[in-house]
Design a protein around this ligand. Structure first.
Ligand code: ATP
Length: 311
């Protein structure tokens, strides 16, 4: 760990009218990394990010961004930190490109606006006022506004929520490009594939607390709280697990992860595959989506919290 993280959150607590949204949450963001804060609805991701952005005051705990206090040093941080909020921050009647040009003009070394507009597929929006843009276009514009000033650090709150696959990919490309340029990125997401693909460091949050943190490889590695190899399939719910367990080697463990989703943990080889498919065939069960491999972030999350991430 570096001695001075770009973002440092220590024992953060935030309550709303007696309800605890963030409950003693701690994490560090290292320079030049993409950090994903991953968790289900209501886990406290937005509250945490907004506290780092200086929009909310912690009830207790410490938050430092680039070594500064996000509220006390807001003016200094504004020039160095890009923020993409979940909604808005734009005058409704101004057109998208005008708005972006204006924001770019506030910075000493902005990105080239025309290129950014093209990259994010906003070229066709021409003179359309902000309020008439589609939800996805508005979202891409707020992403553009967050990055146009070439910040050292950007906070992106669910940058791909509700985007079509193409816009999602363009957003991912932009995040990867920022990372190559040495920008530190903190993003929140519900999507495990997004975290797995983009993040150097993942902070898994549930009920306002960090339940696991590490690189995607560390989090999904063998022995990090569960077996490494597994075979997965889906079929009708309620298969006889005891009978399936008897059909596979004793060292394997059989589980119905959630209704109709099955996993066999342990050494996965061609023999195990044959055992499982033979067992299914004998019962006229079609194992749909059969796959073998290491556990995914989704498996890790289910093991840790028993909660499925919802997108
Ligand atoms: P999502 O993925 O749905 O955006 P999240 O992980 O970002 O969720 P937060 O938005 O931080 O979660 O919310 C955490 C908890 O705090 C939720 O239970 C939410 O209802 C509550 N909360 C958030 N903002 C407020 C507020 N201004 N007043 C009261 N309660 C709030």
């Amino acid at each position: 760990m570096s001695p001075s993280p770009v973002v440092e959150v220590v024992d953060l607590v935030k309550r709303y009218a007696g309800r605890t949204a963030v409950d003693g949450l701690s994490f560090r963001v290292e320079a030049g990394q993409v950090t994903a804060v991953l968790g289900p609805n209501g886990a406290g991701k937005t509250t945490t990010l907004e506290t780092c952005e200086g929009y909310r005051r912690p009830d207790s705990g410490k938050v430092r961004v680039l070594g500064r206090d996000p509220q006390r040093d807001a003016r200094e941080l504004r020039a160095r930190v890009g923020v993409m909020l979940q909604a808005g921050g734009v005058y409704p009647s101004v057109n998208a490109v005008e708005m972006l040009r204006h924001v770019a003009s506030l910075y000493a070394h902005p990105l080239e606006v025309a290129g950014l507009v093209e990259r994010l597929g906003l070229g066709a929006t021409g003179r359309t006022p902000y309020r008439r843009l589609s939800g996805g276009q508005q979202q891409r514009l707020s992403l553009a506004m967050a990055v146009v000033g070439r910040p050292e650090l950007v906070f992106l709150d669910e940058p791909t929520a509700g985007l079509d696959p193409q816009a999602r990919r363009a957003t991912w490309d932009l995040v990867e490009e920022m990372r190559r340029d040495g920008v530190t990125v903190v993003l929140s997401t519900h999507h495990m594939d997004e975290a797995e693909r983009l993040a150097d460091h993942v902070v898994v949050v549930d009920h306002g607390r960090v339940v696991a943190a590490g690189s995607p490889a560390e989090l999904t590695a063998d022995g990090a709280g569960g077996a490494g190899d597994r075979l997965r399939f889906t079929a009708r719910p309620g298969l006889d697990l005891a009978s399936l367990a008897a059909a596979v080697p004793a060292a394997s463990r059989v589980e119905e992860v959630s209704p109709g989703r099955y996993a066999v943990h342990g050494r996965v080889d061609a023999h195990l595959l044959a055992d499982v498919t033979a067992w299914c065939a004998a019962r006229d069960v079609m194992p749909e989506g059969l796959s073998v491999g290491h556990r995914t972030l989704e498996d890790v999350f289910l093991e840790l919290t028993g909660t499925e991430l919802r997108s």
